[in-house]
Each structure stands twice: as C-alpha cells, then as structure tokens.
Design a protein around this ligand. Sequence first.
Ligand code: G3P
Length: 249
Amino acid sequence: MKFFLDSADLEEIKEINSYGLLDGVTTNPTLIKRAVEKYGKIDLEAYIKKILKICRSKPVSLEIIGMSYGEIIKEARHLYKKFNSVAKNVIIKVPINVSENKRRGDSFQAIKAIQELSKEGIPINCTLIFTPEQAILSAKAGAFYASPYIGRVDDYLKEKNLLQDFGVKSGINAINKISEIFRREKVKTEILAASIRNRQHVREAFLNGAHIVTLPFKVFKEMLEHPKTFEGIKIFKRDTVLEYRKLFD
Ligand code: G3P
C-alpha cells in the first residue's frame, strides 16, 4: 500500500515527507503551473531538482508536453537525462493518447513512444487513463504505472448525465475492472489511482485493487480527521487524574 503526493508544491512535499508517509510524488503541467503561481519567479530546473533530492529514492513523475511520437521520445530522453542523475528517482509521465480529438493526429503516437522508452529502460507513468481498455494498452506498451483518473471519470459521467459510459460506472469501478484484468493476466504494471478528490476515494481505490494512490495535500490531511477523535482527545484530557499524570514524571 503506497501513498504518493499529487503535487509540485515544495512545502507540501516537505511536510508530508516529514511525517514519514511519502512513497513518491506525481506532478503534471497543471501542478507545476500552481507551484509557479504560488512561488512567483522561480528557477524551475533548480526547483525540480530540490523536489527530487527531498524525495531521494522515492519516485517522482515528471510529464512530457509533446504531441507526437518524435516529440515525446525527445522530451522524455531529455527530462530523464537532465533530472534522473540528481537522485535516480525520475519517472516519465506520458498521456495514453496525445490527440486532442478523434479526428486529429495518429492516436497511437504515445503508445509507440511508451514502448520505445520502456525498452530503453526509462520508466513510464502512463497518465490520463479513463477506461480499462486504455489501461490494457498502457500495460501492453510496457508502462511501469497506469494512472486512471478517478475523479475525472466521475465528473465526465455527471456532466453527460450518464449512469455509465465505456462500460464504466465510476472512477472506482474503472479501478476495479483494471485490477481484475491485471490480476488475471498477471500484468506487472502497477495501478496508480489519480485524480483523487476525497478520503472515500482513497479507501475505495485500495479496496478495488489500486497498488498506489496519489493524493492531493488536502486529502492527505483529511484522512486523519474525525469529530469523535477530536472529542475523545478532549475527554481523555479532562479525565486525566493527577495520580495518572505523575506516572509520566
Ligand atoms: O494526478 C492527476 C491529478 O492531478 C488530476 O486531478 O483533481 O485535477 O482531476 P484532478
């Protein structure tokens, strides 16, 4: 059972790491944008190197931005060369399909690139997965991690007012199906549940077969909370008699 932090925020990464709970970090262009907005003008290369050093042996996913086979290969090799020497913990994140819609481009560009990069020994986190079929393709291509987007599957079904689509009833249901297929087929690719919105997602993702859950900072903190825990602490404090307190002297 592994926890990754879904964040490019250095303070958040440092804090969760200080609790001894961090198994890795996932970033993406949106999370990098948030960090840049928060910290202002930063030297992004130095900033990413700091993240890698803090995480040390724990994997950190860095995403490519290219839209074609050639670009993905070039960027992935470049990112890996530039950053993996820092702490030997870089995972390259590649979307399952880089086309913006059905009609545009060759949809299998990313799949081909994932195969090539995996053969070269560059570990790939295949991202933007919404269906078991996409997860199957990522695994066949040799991805190290497959990242289904739980919250966004739910958003999609809600937006379209659908009870299910692509045979998937929810983000968690997608995890369940992917896990069942990977288990039966003895697939090595690990399921990294992403787009986590709340603590129930965390529990359900693990219950349904995720190997890793990548959490936003807020959800990490929420997992510890319950009103009755707070209330219980107040009661224990109130009921601590002097005799008992003295035992600790
Ligand atoms: O790991 C993927 C994540 O950053 C996307 O989350 O909440 O924007 O769907 P969200």
